[in-house]
Design a protein around this ligand. Structure first.
Ligand SMILES: [Ca+2]
Ligand SMILES: [Ca+2]
Ligand SMILES: [Zn+2]
Length: 313
């Protein structure tokens, strides 16, 4: 994280803490959220109506084109070491244990119900099974089972402060376990990548705004698909706009290239008019509204399987 970005986040965190302090209860703690860490903060971004998944900087650490190629070389080398062919790796599936950590304020703000957690797991299972678009969505071979739910009452952790620290202290399971920390921050979610697990296992997982769970209070992002998007990164997917209008872009051949993130659900958007296909606005790895999302592609399914075989199996 750049110093500038860090300072901006600190400033925002302080502003959020101040705002939360004067607003009562979980509903009052509702704050504007964005996917991307590098989005510019504008006055308009101060209300829930401005909620968006974020800017082009994204909700993961940035990965340059040259680093993408280095990751691919490393992935191929790991699979060779394990004696797994590329074809076999691409068919890997798994049942993923999920640990939900409710990072509540000292007074209990940011809580979600057991029914919401159950609905979130059902959403993940539906989305990774291609259940929202029987014609075009991939059955990825991944399913999810709830392994545990815990709650912490800590104002600092609730606002995602000291996140490296609290994640190391609370993370459960091995490299195959999806840890979901539910927090209150300016993002919808933030994720780590599988190829970073070995060097930072303690922080592996996804942080998700508690208000984005099914039935949550964030307009347009209240169907639990933020967790689906962030889990996509955790499995090794980039955004569909990674790399912009280039032939390689997100390294998935069946997602048309896209110049920039989508907001809302603009049918017919074509931000790379010189490259084939309309923008994949329905793809879980774009920034569209939850109601607009309905698919991972077969190519994305293959990439997630390949990354799983290399880094999480
Ligand atoms: Ca692509
Ligand atoms: Ca196009
Ligand atoms: Zn993302």
């Amino acid at each position: 994280m750049s110093v500038l970005r860090f300072l901006r986040n600190v400033a925002l965190s302080l502003a959020l803490a101040a705002a939360v302090a004067v607003l009562p209860g979980p509903a009052g703690a509702m704050q504007p959220v964005e996917r991307g860490a590098s989005s510019c903060l504008t006055p308009e971004a101060q209300g829930p109506a401005a909620a968006a998944r974020g800017g082009s900087g994204g909700d993961t650490r940035p990965v340059s084109g040259s680093e993408q190629r280095a990751i691919d070389r490393q992935t191929r080398a790991l699979l060779r070491q394990k004696g797994i062919s590329a074809a076999k790796a691409a068919t890997t599936g798994a049942t993923v244990p999920v640990y939900i950590h409710k990072m509540l304020s000292a007074s209990g703000a940011g809580d979600v119900t057991d029914a919401q957690i159950k609905a979130q797991l059902a959403e993940l299972n539906q989305d990774f099974a291609g259940g929202e678009n029987r014609r075009d969505a991939d059955q990825t071979g991944f399913s999810f089972v709830l392994a545990g739910v815990d709650a912490y009452y800590n104002d600092s952790w609730h606002l995602d402060h000291s996140s490296s620290n609290y994640r190391k202290l609370t993370r459960l399971g091995g490299k195959d376990a999806l840890n979901i920390w539910l927090v209150d921050f300016k993002y919808l979610g933030i994720a780590t990548f599988p190829w970073d697990y070995a060097k930072a296992p303690g922080i592996d997982g996804i942080r998700v705004h508690w208000g984005s769970l099914p039935g949550g209070p964030i307009a347009n992002y209240d169907e639990g698909k933020t967790a689906t998007h962030e889990a996509g990164h955790w499995f090794g997917l980039f955004h569909t706009f990674q790399g912009g209008c280039t032939a390689t872009n997100d390294e998935v051949s069946d997602t048309p290239a896209q110049a920039s993130p989508t907001t809302g659900c603009p049918l017919g958007r074509d931000s790379c008019p010189d490259l084939p296909g309309l923008d994949p606005i329905h793809n879980y790895m774009d920034y569209s509204y939850d109601s607009c999302y309905d698919q991972f592609t077969p190519g994305q399914g293959d990439r997630m399987s390949t990354m799983w075989a290399a880094y999480r199996a």
